[in-house]
Write a protein that binds this ligand. Structure first.
Ligand code: FEO
Length: 172
């Protein structure tokens, strides 16, 4: 049986991950609106990944006999000053999510909930990747510039990202 404090904190995290999906889907719409389909594709893949994160938390609460409570999702911003600005905001957002995951780990340790601590390690590792992949695009935009040929090249690269729905063993 899951501890109530952890259950409530994970319910908040389901909301945060779903909001992340909404934020990146909004960024995808923004990139479509400024004719950067590769950037839009990258963000749409990211939005799908965030829903998988939310589902992992959802399944964990259910498996441990807890109650999932879904809360209202805030509306994300709908426009950014430039592609670089959107990716800087995505990178900042991932840093914020990392701090939320770290706080969950701290809570699991304080509550001596070893099953939750173990489960959360997947997210600790995932956040290293999440921050790195957003920051990678921030740095490339800095090097190549936020306009013209450099931007077009990055757009072509980001068009190659694909979202693969995880298998049952990867989501477990
Ligand atoms: Fe679910 Fe991007 O962290």
């Amino acid at each position: 049986m899951i501890n109530k404090n952890i259950q409530n904190a994970i319910n908040d995290q389901i909301n945060a991950e779903t909001y992340s999906s909404y934020l990146y889907l909004s960024m995808s719409a923004y990139f479509n609106s400024i004719n950067l389909p590769g950037f839009a594709n990258w963000m749409k893949c990211q939005a799908q990944e965030e829903l998988i994160h939310a589902m992992k938390f959802f399944d964990f609460v259910n498996e441990r006999g807890g109650d999932v409570t879904l809360k209202a999702i805030d509306g994300p911003p709908t426009s950014w000053d430039s592609p670089a600005h959107a990716f800087e905001e995505a990178y900042k957002h991932e840093q914020k999510v990392t701090s939320l995951i770290n706080a969950l780990v701290d809570l699991a340790i304080a509550e001596r909930d070893h099953a939750s601590s173990s489960f959360l390690q997947w997210f600790v590792n995932e956040q290293v990747e999440e921050e790195a992949s957003a920051n990678d695009v921030v740095q490339r935009l800095k090097l190549a510039g936020d306009k013209g040929g450099g931007l077009f090249m990055i757009d072509r690269e980001l068009a190659t990202r694909t979202f693969v729905y995880p298998t049952a063993t990867q989501t477990a």
